[in-house]
Design a protein around this ligand. Structure first.
Ligand code: PHB
Length: 389
């Protein structure tokens, strides 16, 4: 009798403890670049997260979502991101770490996720190796090898024989350069020159002169989305490279919807490869872009907004599976192999690498109803990061 009573009491106590736990808010610590030259990254990711919560409600598996945003501007200094992530764990006791728009930030925080045993959702940073730096990382954005290889294949079969590569001198740029070279030369193409430019405020004038003198069929460029791309396209036009018949081919970072209007008509006809376009034709994207336009009429949705939206989707679906438990091992086990239809198209989380698998589209900048858009005309479906093979 006594035993039964004790057992019953223990069961009741456990039930109460679980109920309290279930009612606890779900704290998500977001390390995002919100000010400085990369401020648009944090803004776009946050827009995506907010749109997901507005559509689906901000209670997940009985837990109210609480977002705590820390600005790691300038975004290129990993130590700032690391300190903020540590604060989020120690002071705010967050359940989940998310954000990380620039590669140095993701690399610096990976050991924090491992030590603190927190799931870490990478919402933009796109160097291939990031997901190998902690067993608790899942990525919902892309990798540079993933979006570069299909472009290199397309170029080789589209009459482009000689390419000059221009990349930002850090992780994603090195990845893009390496993958382009590998895929393009394997398909018979030739690399006739290569330069690495500073991540911030590169002066493209000397490089563009060199490209012009080398007379390639095309320049392949990767720079982190934003000002650098605008400056490159302006210089390309002003120095007469387009007139000399040299083409620009790029990953979609160059032409994302946040900067496409600022580049203007010189972007017309440029071919790029990427996983998201505002013009992607699907019911999911129509709903997403309509909600975005309503909530943020001054901005256009880009790939970072979609990665934020999908990152929040991942968190919500994982927690539904675990009954609200965000414990890192359970979280990651539930995330492996998850599949859904994003505004960008069908996506999944690779069960082995925890990285994203998705369709990569080849697109051409076209004017639709007076608006520059990346119009998709070819695709490689279910494409894994080739950087890990
Ligand atoms: C990165 O730092 O990993 C990064 C930043 C901007 C991009 C792509 C990758 O457009």
């Amino acid at each position: 009798m006594r035993l039964i009573k004790n057992f019953t009491l223990a069961t009741v106590a456990l039930g109460v403890a679980l109920a309290v736990q279930a009612a606890e808010p779900l704290k998500i610590g977001l390390v995002l670049t919100m000010t400085g030259p990369f401020a648009s990254y944090g803004k776009q990711v946050e827009h995506g997260i907010q749109l997901y919560l507005a559509k689906n409600g901000n209670t997940i598996a009985g837990r109210k979502v609480e977002l705590i945003i820390k600005d790691d501007a300038p975004g290129t200094a990993g130590d700032v991101s690391k300190r903020l992530a540590q604060e989020l764990v120690v002071k705010d006791n967050v359940d989940i770490l998310a954000g990380f728009v620039l590669t140095p930030s993701a690399f610096a925080v990976a050991p924090v996720a491992t030590e603190a045993k927190r799931p870490m959702i990478v919402l933009n940073a796109a160097t291939s190796a990031i997901t190998t730096k902690s067993d608790y990382i899942v990525r919902t954005s892309m990798t540079l090898p993933q979006v570069t290889a299909p472009l290199a294949s397309w170029a080789a079969k589209s009459g482009i024989k000689k390419v000059f590569t221009v990349v930002a001198d850090y992780g994603p740029g090195h990845d893009a350069e390496g993958q382009f070279k590998k895929t393009f030369t394997a398909a018979g193409g030739q690399i006739v020159g290569e330069v690495r430019v500073p991540v911030r405020n590169p002066d493209f004038a000397p490089y563009l002169q060199k490209v012009k003198d080398t007379k390639p069929d095309a320049v392949f460029i990767f720079v982190p989305a934003g000002e650098a791309g605008i400056a490159f396209m302006k210089g390309f036009q002003e120095k007469g490279l387009a007139k000399a018949g040299i083409k620009v081919i790029a990953t979609g970072d160059l032409l994302d919807e946040d900067v496409l209007d600022a580049i203007g008509d010189p972007a017309l006809g440029v071919i790029s490869s990427f996983h998201y376009s505002e013009a992607h034709n699907s019911p999911e994207n129509k709903a997403f872009t309509a909600a975005y336009a309503k909530a943020y009429p001054k901005d256009r949705p880009n790939f970072m907004a979609v990665a934020g939206y999908d990152g929040m989707h991942l968190i919500a679906e994982v927690l539904k599976k675990t009954g609200g438990d965000a414990e890192a091992d359970k979280f990651i086990a539930a995330a492996r192999g998850m599949k859904w239809t994003s505004p960008r198209g069908p996506i999944s989380i690779d069960p082995v690498t925890r990285d994203i698998v998705q369709t990569v589209y080849i697109r051409k900048v076209t004017k639709i109803a007076g608006k520059l858009q990346n119009v998709e005309f070819d695709r490689v479906a279910d494409f894994k990061d080739p950087g890990k093979q």
